[in-house]
Design a protein around this ligand. Structure first.
Ligand SMILES: Nc1ncnc2c1ncn2[C@@H]1O[C@H](COP(=O)(O)OP(=O)(O)OP(=O)(O)O)[C@@H](O)[C@H]1O
Ligand SMILES: [Mg+2]
Length: 406
């Protein structure tokens, strides 16, 4: 018999019993108390509790429910609050009478995930948290709902959940819009990068073929001119020699500029290009840059090769600028389905603040390039222990002809 007045009758449930809720904790307490016992409650306090509960129910952002799963897996609903019709398009009594009406609302594509969530929650005693779509034929509407509930084992090993169903269609739409606009931004960034790469290649070619050609022609003409000069004119000979040295310097600068824009060695493949990069950097900086690759060649789409090369180039530039490292390893490792590239330095490690800064365009562009190639990007770093930049891209088709590492 109920002795306390803090219990209130909520509603009559599917079994025509009375649901009792503790109005302090708002938890279901017992459903087997009879109307007779309820009448024992102090009438005024009972009404106050009932009002409070009704107010609570009106302001709830969803449908309060109690759901039970029998040993055969079938569901029934001992309790559904009044928001049932607004959310599911059915009155509680309609679902009490035929609980399978609820399952029928869930669209076919989402049924498996619903059953999985139920099973996991029941087996592991974890809270149920499911998002999926329901179709309400009468309104010709599909909406997203979220079901959150706490499981509780019942007599006879059946399971019971108490929780809330809410309409999340709006937030799902916003989520989808954000996802779409992120995708479009990423596509745009990838396109801009591709156009930039083409431009760099074109300018590099023009520099090499046009300017380089002219400089070489000038050098040859200067050599012919030098032959015709009287051998006793020391001043002219010196000037010609200075001009020749200047031309050599200009040709070298032009080659460097063209290579910076797009190293021609990329046409020989990623491994050759990275070998060239490490050699150049070793020469320029004195840091021990090494390439570690079991492959002498990896058959890759040229766009992927260029993307990976640019990432390696930026990571190496960062090491030269910030890391104070003495050794750097560029590691290439491929399996049947993935190509992993790591740039490992033994420098001072990254300042986490600097790495997270929205102004870290170098790191961001490495990340975006990796994602645009369908891959992943990560940075690991420890103070005074160095940093590791890792890029992993799927390359199933491209690597078909290559020997995998493993
Ligand atoms: N290998 C590294 N070792 C130590 N710090 C690093 C390393 N790589 C990056 N950082 C830190 O991360 C920051 C962000 O790098 P990021 O490449 O985005 O920008 P940046 O090199 O400073 O400028 P930008 O690349 O635009 O010329 C750097 O300023 C530096 O503090
Ligand atoms: Mg940088």
């Amino acid at each position: 018999m109920l002795k306390e007045t803090r219990f209130a009758r909520l509603t009559q449930n599917s079994a025509n019993k009375i649901c009792i809720i503790n109005t302090d904790t708002l938890r279901f307490v017992e459903e087997n108390e009879t109307a007779h016992q309820i009448r024992l409650l102090e009438p005024q306090r009972f009404d106050a509790g009932k009002d409070r509960l009704a107010q609570f129910e009106v302001h709830l952002p969803g449908l309060l429910f109690q759901m039970r799963q029998g040993l055969q897996g079938t569901l029934d609903f001992p309790f559904l609050s009044n928001a049932c019709h607004d959310l599911l398009g059915l009155e509680p009594t309609q679902i009490y009478a035929r609980p399978s009406r609820f399952d029928a609302l869930i669209i076919d594509e989402d049924k498996a995930s619903w059953l999985d969530s139920l099973r996991i929650s029941a087996q592991q005693g974890q809270s149920l948290n499911w998002e999926g779509r329901i179709r309400i034929d009468a309104w010709q509407d599909i909406k997203w709902i979220n079901i959150r509930a706490t499981p509780q084992a019942c007599r006879g090993q059946s399971m019971q959940w108490t929780g809330l169903m809410s309409n999340i269609t709006q937030s799902k739409k916003q989520e989808e819009e954000i996802r779409q606009s992120r995708k479009q931004l990423a596509e745009l960034a990838a396109h801009v990068e591709e156009v930039r790469e083409q431009e760099r290649a074109r300018i590099g070619r023009d520099l090499h073929d046009d300017l380089g050609g002219n400089l070489t022609a000038i050098k040859m003409m200067l050599a012919q001119l030098a032959k015709r000069l009287p051998s006793d004119n020391a001043d002219c000979t010196q000037r010609i020699s200075d001009l020749d040295a200047l031309l050599d310097h200009s040709i070298e600068s032009m080659h460097r500029l063209a290579a910076d824009l797009r190293p021609g060695i990329l046409d020989a493949g990623l491994v050759a290009a990275l070998e060239w990069l490490t050699q150049e950097l070793r020469h320029q900086t004195g840091i021990d840059f090494q390439l570690a690759s079991k492959h002498t060649d990896i058959a890759l789409d040229p766009k992927l090769a260029t993307g990976l090369f640019r990432i390696a180039q930026e990571a190496c530039n960062n090491i030269c600028k910030h890391a104070k490292a003495s050794t750097v390893t560029l590691l290439l490792h491929n399996t049947q389905s993935e190509l992993l590239m790591e740039i490992i330095d033994n420098g001072c490690g990254m300042d986490p603040e600097a790495a997270r800064s929205p102004d870290s365009f170098g790191l961001r562009s490495m990340h975006e390039r990796s994602v645009a190639m369908g891959g992943t990007f990560s940075v690991a770093s420890r103070q005074e222990k160095g940093s590791i930049i890792s890029v992993c891209i799927p390359v199933l088709e491209q690597l078909e002809d290559c020997e995998p590492d493993c």
